[in-house]
Design a binder for this molecule. Structure first.
Ligand code: FMN
Length: 112
């Protein structure tokens, strides 16, 4: 996700303008691809997604431990997301916002 996320945040204004802007709430804004941990879910929601999709992590869980493995993958993502929310001061999903993530150009300012 970090590479994927870098691409996303660098294109953040384009994403907002042409994706979120274009659909204008007419269709759900789903983030698909590269979700591997709860922090990835948090970042996707912060840049405007309403939900995320997972593909390979569920398949990996299935291959390792069958139905239980898929359940564990989802539990781990949820637990990591909840921890990230707690550490970020977000009591609910609605509290996650764009101000919780920084793009590469914004980074030096945040380090002052
Ligand atoms: C086993 C498997 C089958 C998939 N089949 C389809 C498909 O039939 N049509 C489709 O549009 N995407 C399909 N995908 C792509 C997923 O919907 C998703 O876009 C992709 O896995 C990226 O998410 P990930 O990084 O979490 O794997 C498939 C992915 C996997 C792993």
């Amino acid at each position: 996700m970090s590479l994927y996320f870098s691409a996303c945040v660098l294109a953040d204004s384009l994403y907002k303008r042409y994706v979120v802007g274009a659909v204008e709430g007419k269709v759900p804004d789903l983030f698909d691809g590269g979700i591997r941990r709860g922090t990835d879910v948090f970042k996707a929601l912060a840049i405007g997604a309403q939900a995320v999709l997972i593909g390979r992590p569920a398949v990996y869980g299935l291959a390792a431990k069958g139905e239980y493995g898929v359940k564990r993958v989802i539990e781990m993502l949820r637990d990591e997301l909840e921890l990230t929310m707690a550490l970020s001061g977000c009591p609910t999903l609605n509290h996650i916002s764009r101000k919780h993530v920084r793009t590469k150009p914004e980074r030096p300012r945040s380090m002052l």
